[in-house]
Design a protein around this ligand. Sequence first.
Ligand SMILES: Nc1nc(=O)c2c([nH]1)NC[C@@H]1CN(c3ccc(C(=O)N[C@@H](CCC(=O)O)C(=O)O)cc3)C=[N+]21
Length: 288
Amino acid sequence: MNQPKRIDGRRIADEQVAQIAQRVAALTEQGKRPPGLAVVMVGDNPASDVYVRNKIRRCEQAGILSREHRLDERTTEEDLLGLLDSLNQDPQIDGILVQLPLPAHLEEGRILKRISPAKDVDGFHPVNVGLLGIGDARALVPCTPAGCVILAKEVLGDLTGKHVVVVGRSNIVGKPAAQLFLAEDCSVTLVHSKSANGAELARQADILVVAVGRPQMVDESWVKPGAVVIDVGINRIDTGEGTRLVGDVDYQRVAPVAGAITPVPGGVGPMTIAGLLNNTLTAYEAVE
Ligand SMILES: Nc1nc(=O)c2c([nH]1)NC[C@@H]1CN(c3ccc(C(=O)N[C@@H](CCC(=O)O)C(=O)O)cc3)C=[N+]21
């Protein structure tokens, strides 16, 4: 394997955004409307703020129309559902994203179900979850797991027969990542907080995907020499002299063992946004 160890998610995401921008430019040059994305944010969470700004900036780079809806922290569920209904009907809007986490008084499940599956660019609606589960190509697929697959393919090429261990079983990353790698003909193991022997299972992975939300939890004892390690975590930790972003993987300890590894930042994060733009264009193409 003649590959650099550090997988440059930012560069790969830049390439994807450039490709999306070309496809969008080809549409608008024909006089067609651009694809449109609505980002809905309730309350202000400083981390969400950064992500939402990144999303808007990337939309601009790609020529995708973006609209930001910032709602007060105390917005009622009724008002939020009303906004989603109007976005579902809006002919300029192809993709709707409700930034998570939501304030506690809003029930996430009910809200995510209100987004039209055709505009569900996060891939969180039960219809899209189901389409992904049965391997239907019409599914809008969750952006972060889609980015993980692209990064693994960037290093390994065809993934057929690879053993993927996914650490974490969330609906937004772990479970859909398992489905997407299965669709690539991988063998897939899901490891989670109740697993009896997580590190031992993880050491069998050709591709280790870590999405647990615990800073630097995975060390070299979880990694088979030469494995491809994909770190989904983004945790802000206090270093004593300011804060720093770290993943769920202890990069310093794991990098010497791994065949390739994604850094944080600059790994999976930028790929998530590229996936969002890609889904917005896919949703557009389904209606135009
Ligand atoms: N409905 C919904 N969909 C999401 O996709 C969603 C969400 N809610 N809530 C929050 C998480 C988090 N997320 C990230 C996106 C980009 C970066 C990203 O671009 N990170 C950069 C920079 C990070 C930084 O500087 O803070 C990097 O890793 O290099 C990170 C995290 C999307 N999320």
